[in-house]
Ligand binder design. Structure first.
Ligand SMILES: [Zn+2]
Ligand SMILES: [Zn+2]
Length: 122
């Protein structure tokens, strides 16, 4: 019981915000990562992707992007969840502004992406 009140007190002092746009989230909302608008407009990568780095392929590229064809990366395969340019503010906030607590929410979002688009890997 004390833990619930402590959590509620923290939420009142530091109300949950959308990880992508920073909008305040309702306290009673079960999911605490994204506002409704960001959830509906999530910039998931759903187009054809590079088999090595996971970035969307540009027109004229097949299987591997130009960057992967010209570079010797040490990994065989990566999966990109978002189009970076559309969520870079959120990533910068997480990396450089002491928003390390966003890691849990961002991890949940990425896990949901994998469950949705890469269920065969899990
Ligand atoms: Zn949002
Ligand atoms: Zn690539």
């Amino acid at each position: 019981m004390k833990k619930i009140w402590f959590t509620r007190g923290l939420e009142w002092l530091y109300p949950p915000k959308c990880l992508l746009c920073g909008e305040l989230l309702p306290l009673e909302k079960a999911e605490r990562e994204l506002c409704t608008r960001c959830k509906e407009e999530m910039p998931w990568i759903t187009q054809l992707i590079c088999v090595q780095c996971g970035r969307p392929l540009l027109s004229g590229e097949e299987m591997r992007c130009e960057r992967c064809r010209q570079s010797a990366f040490v990994f065989d395969r990566a999966i990109s969840v978002f189009i970076y340019e559309e969520i870079h503010q959120s990533i910068k906030r997480f990396k450089f502004r002491e928003c390390k607590h966003d890691a849990v929410g961002l991890g949940k979002i990425m896990a949901n992406y994998l469950k949705t688009f890469y269920a065969d890997l899990l």
